[in-house]
Design a protein around this ligand. Structure first.
Ligand code: AMP
Length: 377
């Protein structure tokens, strides 16, 4: 059977390996950290992504390379593409690594975005602030994720602090969007162009990090066709093979593109139990050229992220239709260490289950916005 090589050995690589195992697929993750958590379930090559001698050994042992982290150096992806098959392709990866290129592509393909401007100097920032106004957010073009590399400007007096926060790195200034809610769509495209999406979900963030996902999103039907066709246009434009996420703001019933993740995504973790074929299995299938699996929701689901440390597993495990995921990582502030997914046959039943679990976990605050959304469904 085939071996998939994964650049990065975090929880996404771990869940890819767990999903691929029943298909008889083998994995080899490469990470510079010896205790990378995918190493608990799949072979791990400990090497720097710029160590081309190690990459040569990696390429010789795999049939296709993929990513659990989008900020793999572009030259590494390019080098790999010259030595083995790489999915998604390095062009798609490079585009998603640069917020300016990504937002420009969204607009070119007819997906509106928040107003933005390129900032390469302090003078650019001054100019951008005078046109875009405040509140706004300065984001580094590269290496930003989970709210990293971002500074929110409340007024023009924040200019110097913002410029210092990005340390002069090439950036974009973006208008702050007073969104009604955040949604995302997880899409998968096969090598033969077959395309499919999972139901649209609603997301809640805390400090720039995903806190909870509700699937399907309330009123998903009103937005799903538009979200799906934007995702399809992006996938076809990039000749994308594999799973990706498109994160969107909803404002006055309209979608605005925020960012894409060229990989399986945290807002798709609920698909492990909430669908017949998870985002992880579908990514494995796509990169190996296998037929794609069904993406329809089997249940109403909610996913709660655990950041920094895990609560008591028993409070989740005692609940029927609740699923516990411990990534096997050392607890550290701001680090994603696990998640739980609850499933139910209806939004009303899901609300009951979530209330119960949130109370036993002492996580009423995290669950509150999800409970409020469920109450209206
Ligand atoms: P990002 O890394 O760009 O996805 O930002 C992380 C989170 O910060 C988003 O999911 C939003 O919750 C928030 N955020 C980022 N940019 C904006 C914006 N322009 N307006 C409002 N919220 C934003």
């Amino acid at each position: 059977m085939s071996t998939i090589g994964i650049l990065g050995g975090g929880q996404l690589a771990r869940m890819l390996a767990l999903a691929g195992a029943p298909l008889g697929v083998r994995f080899l993750a490469v990470d510079s950290v010896a205790d990378a958590c995918a190493g608990q379930v799949a072979p791990l090559l400990v090497a720097d992504w710029r160590d081309f001698a190690a990459l040569e050994k990696f390429a010789a042992r795999i049939d296709v390379a993929t990513f659990d982290f989008e900020n793999v150096p572009a030259e590494t992806a390019q080098w790999l593409a010259e030595h083995t098959r790489v999915s998604p392709n390095p062009r798609a990866l490079a585009l998603a690594q640069d917020r300016l290129a990504e937002k420009s592509m969204f607009r070119d393909l007819g997906l509106p975005t928040a107003e933005f401007a390129t900032v390469d100097s302090r003078a650019d920032l001054e100019r951008a602030l005078s046109t875009i106004g405040c509140p706004a957010v300065l984001k580094t073009r590269r290496l930003g994720y989970d709210g990293k590399g971002q500074f929110r400007l409340r007024d023009a007096a924040d200019l110097d602090a913002a410029w210092q926060a990005v340390a002069g790195a090439p950036s974009i200034l973006e208008a702050w969007v007073p969104f009604d809610r955040e949604v995302s769509v997880i899409a998968v495209r096969g090598g033969d162009g077959t395309f499919s999406t999972y139901p649209l979900v609603q997301n809640w963030h805390a400090n720039g990090i995903l806190a909870a996902t509700l699937a399907p999103a309330p009123d998903a039907a009103a937005l799903a066709d538009a979200a799906d066709s934007h995702a399809r246009a992006i996938a076809e434009h990039l000749d994308y093979v594999g799973v990706f996420a498109l994160e969107l703001f909803v404002r006055d019933g309209r979608l605005l593109g925020n960012e894409m993740a060229p990989r399986v995504h945290n807002s798709g973790h609920w698909t492990i139990e909430g669908t017949a074929c998870s985002q992880f299995e579908n990514h494995v299938r796509a990169v190996l050229g296998l037929p794609l699996g069904n993406t329809a929701a089997l249940a109403s689901s909610v996913m709660l992220n655990f950041i920094g440390e895990l609560p008591d597993a028993r409070a989740v495990l005692a609940e029927p239709r609740a699923h516990w995921h411990d990534y096997g990582k050392t607890p550290r502030p701001g680090r994603k260490v696990g998640h739980a997914t609850l499933c139910a046959d209806s939004p009303a039943e899901l609300r009951e289950r979530l209330m119960h679990v949130a109370r036993s976990l002492g996580r009423n605050e995290q669950a509150a916005p999800v409970l409020a959304a469920l109450a209206k469904m």
